[in-house]
Design a protein around this ligand. Structure first.
Ligand code: CTP
Ligand code: MG
Length: 335
């Protein structure tokens, strides 16, 4: 009877694995979509370079970090070296240029926390946000993309977690829950912590890439093609990892004292970061250190109400994966 139960269990986990992989596959953007994004980006580059020949235009966020699901908006950064520029003026000028090139719904949001121009391309249906000089975001996009090359389980886990977070309504910073960027860092950290480790800590090994942005040195090992197979000593399946991820955030994370840190590949203490007290609006109820802007806690948007929502959702997910014979239907149920 024991053997029979063990075999049943193995069958269930294999079936669950197949279901997670199918969800992952269905979320990957098609080649056709990628080509459209590139064409649209080239059009933007042409328009921008006419006005600012010296400026650089960069993709960042999910369209460039390999964690973008199909039909995502694209994030673009316009980098202008000139220190004298007035961001609002540039954004208004940019909106003007784009408007007269038949792009739709062009809006300059100059008073937003991150000021942007929003627009939509009527030909491809792609929506896009353009910000000015957010070069750190371009660099952390590269870091995430490089991590994704090392072991495919990172991209699989992050797609499932992002899909879960969007379905359950816990992927909205304006409502006090976490950004997609924060969830991806949580996944990287989780895979760095497995034994044997599935991901290395790129900032702790010999730096092959180094740039200084806004006085912050961003350096890490970026020759990731040399690290393929790094995690092959660990045979854990995606189903096991998804369960482990939710179980960690539901029952094993020390919310009172711990800070997760991709930069060091370890857990730091709130104490050493001086994140023990409320600091202005930063409450540090769940602490996720930004890999480059180390004073930046990605959990700072979380308040005393939304921390409850988040933790209940982690527990719900962990319990479903533990007990439910057909967990996928319930796990991604719209809230
Ligand atoms: N970013 C950042 N700091 C934050 C939030 C975001 O630097 N606190 C940058 C990151 O470079 C991130 C990008 O902004 O990749 C976009 O953030 P976000 O919208 O959270 O993630 P996406 O990967 O674009 O996810 P989605 O598919 O949900 O759009
Ligand atoms: Mg985005």
């Amino acid at each position: 009877r024991m053997l029979k139960r063990q075999m049943q269990c193995r069958l269930d986990i294999n079936r669950l694995n197949a279901v997670f992989l199918a969800i992952y596959e269905s979320l990957i953007p098609s080649e056709e979509e990628k080509v459209k994004q590139e064409q649209f980006f080239m059009l933007l580059e042409k328009l921008v370079n006419k006005e600012w020949p010296e400026a650089g235009l960069y993709l960042y966020g999910s369209c460039a970090n390999s964690f973008g699901v199909s039909k995502s908006d694209i994030d673009v950064c316009l980098a202008i070296e000139d220190a004298e520029i007035n961001k609002s003026e540039v954004l208004l000028k940019l909106a003007d240029i784009l408007q007269s090139d038949n792009l739709q719904n062009v809006q300059a949001l100059t008073r937003a926390r991150v000021p942007i121009v929003k627009l939509m391309d009527p030909v491809t249906g792609i929506s896009c946000d353009i910000c000015i000089n957010n070069v750190l975001a371009v660099v952390n996009t590269k870091l995430l993309r490089d991590y994704a090359q090392i072991d495919v389980r990172l991209r699989q886990l992050a797609f499932i977690v992002k899909h879960w977070a969007k379905s359950r309504g816990v992927n909205a910073t304006y409502q006090g829950t976490l950004s997609s960027y924060a969830y991806v860092l949580m996944c990287i950290h989780f895979l760095q912590q497995r034994r044997p480790a599935i991901l290395p800590c790129l900032q702790e090994i010999g730096h092959t890439y180094s740039v200084t942005v806004d006085d912050i040195q961003c350096a890490y090992f970026d020759q990731v093609e040399k690290l393929r197979g790094f995690g092959s000593g660990n045979k854990e399946t995606i189903a096991r990892l998804v369960w482990g991820f939710f179980n960690y955030w539901a029952y094993n994370h020390d919310y009172a004292n711990a800070v997760i840190s991709v930069r060091t590949g370890s857990i730091l203490s709130k104490h050493e970061k001086e994140w023990t007290r409320r600091n202005g609006n930063d409450r540090h109820l769940i602490c996720i250190e930004d890999p480059f802007e180390t004073s930046h806690d990605l959990g700072r948007v979380v308040d005393k109400f939304s921390i409850k929502v988040l933790r209940e959702e982690f527990e719900r997910a962990a319990d479903i994966l533990h007990n439910d014979p057909n967990p996928c239907a319930t796990l991604f149920e719209p809230y």
